[in-house]
Unconditional design. Sequence first.
Length: 181
Amino acid sequence: MTGGHLQIVVCGAGPTTDVAHLVHAAHAQTWTAAVTATPNATDFLNVPAIEELTGTAVRSSYQASPGNRRSLPAPDALVIAPATYNSINKIALGLADNYAMTTVAELIGRRVPTVIVPFANTALAARLPFRHAVESLRNEGIHVLLGPEHDWEPHPPGSGNDRQRTFPWATAFEIAARHAG
Ligand SMILES: Cc1cc2nc3c(=O)[nH]c(=O)nc-3n(C[C@H](O)[C@H](O)[C@H](O)COP(=O)(O)O)c2cc1C
């Protein structure tokens, strides 16, 4: 499918700094993209640069801003990347305690094709709540890129900077686009 609209949600983890790679992947296939950030993700994001690249205001709260007045197309796909341990657990439980999580809850409920790319270390990923969350999200039809079949595994604690360089932005978009429309 070409020409869709991609909703991106970023969380508070290092790869958020590089989300432009995902926007470029979408633009290369003639998609438009908009970025929504959790409140913690804004510390990792160059907001003006992303707004210039997408042509759309980065949203992280319910507060209206002049750039938010233009209505956006309905998304054809949703990519949550990087998805933190915290947000993955919240999404699986259906929590909607900030603007980004509310957006995610609604889009999943509307059956918009959704891809989640976790960025969690092995200690966090070993927790039972996290493993249950991943299983539950998959049972809901969400594509969670995690495990050997996706060549994307949790990294040892303290090695996030190295792992960030191989973050699978292009794969995340390909899977989203494949399931859209
Ligand atoms: C510098 C820094 C790096 C972090 N990296 C990660 C990470 O890679 N994965 C993760 O799950 N949490 C990471 N965290 C912790 C999350 O930011 C924290 O759990 C936060 O509550 C997540 O909020 P969010 O899920 O609403 O974005 C990091 C925190 C800081 C300050």
